[in-house]
Design a protein around this ligand. Sequence first.
Ligand SMILES: C[S@@+](CC[C@H](N)C(=O)[O-])C[C@H]1O[C@@H](n2cnc3c(N)ncnc32)[C@H](O)[C@@H]1O
Length: 443
Amino acid sequence: MSTRKEPTDLLEEELQELRHEQAALPSHNLKDEDFDDEDNADDDDDDHDYNEDGGHDDDYDDDGDDYDDDGDARNAGKAGRHNGWVPPGADNQGGDEDVFGTDLDEHFYIPRRLEDKCASLVEAVNDFHFAMLNDSQRNDFYRQALARQVKPGDVVLEIGTGSGLLAMLAASAGAKHVYTIEANRHLAALARKIIRANNLQDKITVINKLSTNVHVGHDFPERCDVLVSEILGTLLLGESALQFVADARRRLLKKDAAIIPRAGRQFISLVQSNELRQITSVQKWEGFDLHEFNALQDTVSLVFTKQYGFRFSSVKHDLLVAKQQVCDVDFTRDGPGSLGEEVIIPIVAEADGTVDAVLTYWEAYGDKDEQLVMSTEPEATKDNFARDMQWGQALQLVEDLDNEGDEPKPFVVSKGERIDLIVRFSEDSAVMQFALSRPQHAA
Ligand SMILES: C[S@@+](CC[C@H](N)C(=O)[O-])C[C@H]1O[C@@H](n2cnc3c(N)ncnc32)[C@H](O)[C@@H]1O
């Protein structure tokens, strides 16, 4: 069985190693959002010479990037515990210690096809890749965006090929060539197989690396015209799209390259729900008073609807604040840190009630005028089971922190009341945490 788990932090020493590696890379300052005109294909490092043979064949291999994988992509959720995230199954230098099935009893059978795969990869694929690939509206969003953006002669770059589907859509949209990057070697190998089976091997090159280790002049001859990626999480930026896209923009793309998706917005609603309350707190059962058990209620972390095991649209609820934007991301311009550390957004309650949770969802836009929209809002995904099963939404339970005590106190609002929504972003902007406060209490 595969469930979306919270990401586990990298062990401190692995993190140190990762930071050390990143610091050692030639042009890898992910915080630097400015496009460096000097740093283009012509003057890229001499020691990363483009290999004529390598350019259009599909024999790239993992060069031993020393990244470890931890946590599940669409599961990044614990506020403030996100920095250093890499995709699940990103190749290790020292081989796969995280082998699938090692935690099963010895007499349990594992098919040979899975024996050499790493557990976090198998988990991620079964957790969301299949649902994602069957989210037909998602695939169509990318097909339409690519059809609008790819011009004859364009070279397209993709971050994160998975099965190779978007790379094939880009080739079908008329790209001269597609370079598609994949951090996991098994996925890269499968994508090559699939691309060959679809007779697109002359148009698409799969590069088995983490995108931050790819270099112009070594992996492909010049900066690319279009970037496409689908590294959006249950939280818009949960799969570190801001870091990876900003890095690609700075080092791997032409100055006015088209970027798909071009932008995105994270939204929240404030919800009241007895059904949600029933599975996240307790009051009494028959004559027994149990409310003190709520002392352990988690009002700190974002939890994914998949983890609760429901589609939010199937849970009875009232919207006390219907839809509020909490951040606006422009992938053609923004980078890690663009969102700052904290914002306070004044909002007005639209009905009387108790705010049980902050519900989060997002929209991503495939074109400049935002006609092409992909959304995870519960209403928009009602008829899209696959989307709810791959992304779903995230929820953070709410307590009245202006009246903090041994147990969480309900945050009760009246229609028309002004409240402050405090949004805290993790250092890399990938994860957020929410709090509600009455204006007189806000610092
Ligand atoms: C959510 S899947 C999308 C796959 C495919 N693009 C699609 O849309 O069907 C993301 C894939 O990108 C890979 N990935 C994520 N970030 C990456 C990065 N920075 N460099 C290389 N691969 C990455 C993951 O291993 C995963 O296979």
